[in-house]
Design a protein around this ligand. Structure first.
Ligand code: FES
Length: 587
């Protein structure tokens, strides 16, 4: 191996290396192991790249170095591994001068490029430890978190024939959570997202994209109409061709949101809200990576649309009261109702009373109240926010005597309602443009789902109120950590959050702590969705009693689902310790 650069140091005498065949040495901050093999001396980093076991305890046979811990194998000369979960070990060029061994320590690879390649390996082979190491190294190397996020997004949308699913939703939730987290927790969030994508795509066939229509002569209104028709008849390929043609013809984010959200609300509460929630997340992902990924990302949604469960076909929405019939009657009037409300836009201030109606057990009164709010000028996005808050209250008042699986029911309504609100925000409500009216149907769907969830609050858990007691916020945060080491601290966690916020604790520190407590658990799709939606909703109500209730709901949901085995966190911790140069194999 030729020595090409000047950072060359003397490592040992040739006789000493040959005496034992293997000698470890410390050279300018590196621990290097020298192997005498054949006529040559080879040098590699003494830390196994897998989990740090010392390679001077390994064995060389036929030019292959085997680590004795998990038996990863490396080409002694180049350091290249034959076991992708282990990574290549760094090999150093050597030279013999006058019976002395000299080693070239000059860095030879671009570490950022290398870690990007490793992240791709980790995604392709679903190796969490590789993903963790790569993301830690990339962020410590100053790489913008949007770059590993982009890699995960591209991988997940390209290599899963089914398209957008839980993995990409978790991935986007984690990216959205980053600003709320302490800086040291951000790599862990990205790791969870990337590993969820890899796991969700593992073993799946790739997706082959459909080309756009041959010419760009079809106008957007026609493509939108065709798209809704193809979704109606469950033709995923036809629907995909409409999306890709629209994007290629220059449709922007707002126009595509209008097209997709309209189809996502042509039927009631598709797949218990997941279709609309996934759609919202796909647009949020594009906010991070840029519109140039729109074709790849938005077309990944079509299977969810075409294969969706439609709640018109569920007995719950049909009997004993036909909710669909109630809704369809209201939908027919929506354009006229919205028009009536436009003249009275400033008049609305009845949020509290409306929340009370939403939590009642009379679906007709609920629909009437929504219609009344719109006709009195309540803006669409605000109405969606009120319904989302009512959905959060279902979680805040969820009684622990319910079946455990019922937490999911409450969560689905909450995240769906949140997605409808974010969708309305994205489309906007400009004067003279009623593109958002189809999505307004989602507000009514969310309200019906809040109604259907009423059994979860019978009896209703009491929402903690200000008690006037002095609080020690830092102590309370520590207490929250310890509390979630124990099972089913649901009411206790809610009470603690109330005491913290009503006692003057900094909301940012509470959000960061809740985020940390989420990240230390094994990934649970629904808990991640809850926390992400709750943080977004809190940010719209910061410092208000309503905001406090949203975080009470989030803490209760998290407490109901903690502690887990925390095995995924252990993998990340191993990667972190390796990155810091700690020796894992010692007591
Ligand atoms: S194979 Fe070397 S530490 Fe695992």
């Amino acid at each position: 191996m030729a020595v090409q650069t000047q950072h060359v140091v003397r490592a040992a005498s040739l006789a000493d290396v040959r005496k034992t065949g293997c000698l470890s040495v410390h050279l300018d901050g590196h621990t290097v192991v020298l192997f005498a093999y054949g006529d040559q001396v080879y040098a590699v980093d003494n830390r196994c790249p897998h989990m740090g076991f010392p390679l001077d305890r390994g064995t060389v046979r036929d030019g292959i170095l085997v680590c004795h811990w998990h038996h990863a194998r490396f080409d002694l000369a180049s350091g290249g591994t034959f076991d992708q979960w282990a990574d290549d070990v760094r090999a150093f060029p050597t030279e013999i001068r006058d019976d002395e061994v000299w080693v070239d320590l000059t860095p030879r690879v671009d570490p950022i490029e290398h870690q990007c390649k490793r992240l791709q390996d980790g995604l392709e082979r679903n190796i969490s430890l590789v993903n963790a190491k790569a993301v830690i190294s990339l962020l410590e190397g100053g790489v913008d978190p949007a770059e590993p996020f982009r890699m995960g997004l591209e991988f997940g949308t390209r290599y899963r024939r089914e398209g957008w699913g839980q993995g990409l939703t978790i991935h986007t939730c984690m990216m959205n959570l980053l600003p709320y987290l302490a800086p040291e927790d951000r790599p862990r969030a990205l790791y969870h997202g990337l590993s969820a994508v890899a796991n969700n795509s593992d073993g799946a066939p790739p997706r082959f994209l459909i080309h756009p229509l041959p010419t760009e002569t079809t106008d957007l209104a026609t493509l939108k109409r065709w798209f809704r028709h193809f979704v109606e008849v469950r033709d995923a390929e036809g629907a995909e061709r409409c999306i890709v043609s629209a994007v290629r013809a220059g449709a922007d984010g707002r126009e595509m949101a209008d097209m997709l959200f309209a189809a996502a609300t042509d039927h009631r509460y598709l797949t218990i809200g997941h279709v609309l929630d996934f759609t919202n997340k796909a647009f949020e992902a594009l906010d991070v990576v840029g519109w140039e990924q729109a074709e790849l990302v938005l077309t990944s949604l079509v299977n969810a649309y075409a294969g969706a469960d439609r709640m018109e076909e569920s007995s719950q929405w049909r009997t004993p009261i036909d909710l669909v019939e109630l809704l369809e009657a209201a939908f027919e009037e929506l354009p006229a109702i919205v028009q009536a409300g436009k003249n009275r836009r400033e008049a609305w201030s009845d949020d509290g009373r409306l929340v009370g109606v939403l939590l009642s057990d009379d679906p007709k009164a609920i629909v009437d109240a929504l219609v009344d709010a719109l006709s009195r000028g309540c803006p669409a996005e605000r109405l969606a926010g009120i319904v989302t808050y009512a959905a959060a209250l279902r979680i805040a008042q969820f009684h622990t005597s319910n079946e455990f699986g019922d937490w999911d029911t409450a969560l689905h309504t909450f995240t769906f309602a949140n997605a409808v609100q974010q969708g309305l925000k994205r489309i906007g409500t400009p004067v003279g443009d009623d593109a958002y009216i189809p999505l307004l149907r989602g507000v009514f769907d969310a309200a019906m789902s809040v109604y259907l969830d009423r059994f979860l609050n019978i009896p209703a858990a009491r929402i903690p109120q200000p008690n006037g007691k002095a609080a020690n916020p830092p102590e309370l945060l520590n207490e929250l950590q310890a509390m979630l080491d124990r099972q089913q601290q649901v009411n206790e966690a809610g009470a603690l959050v109330a005491q913290y916020l009503y006692g003057g604790g900094e909301p940012e520190q509470l959000l960061a702590m809740l985020g940390r407590l989420l990240l230390r658990e094994d990934r649970d799709f629904h808990t991640i969705q809850t926390i992400e939606a709750a943080f977004r909703q809190y940010s719209q109500r910061r410092g208000t009693p309503e905001g406090t209730n949203v975080l009470i709901a989030a803490a209760r949901y998290l407490a109901a689902h903690a502690p887990t085995m925390r095995a995924q966190g252990q993998t990340f911790t191993i990667a972190q310790r390796l990155q810091r140069g700690e020796r894992l194999f010692e007591e």
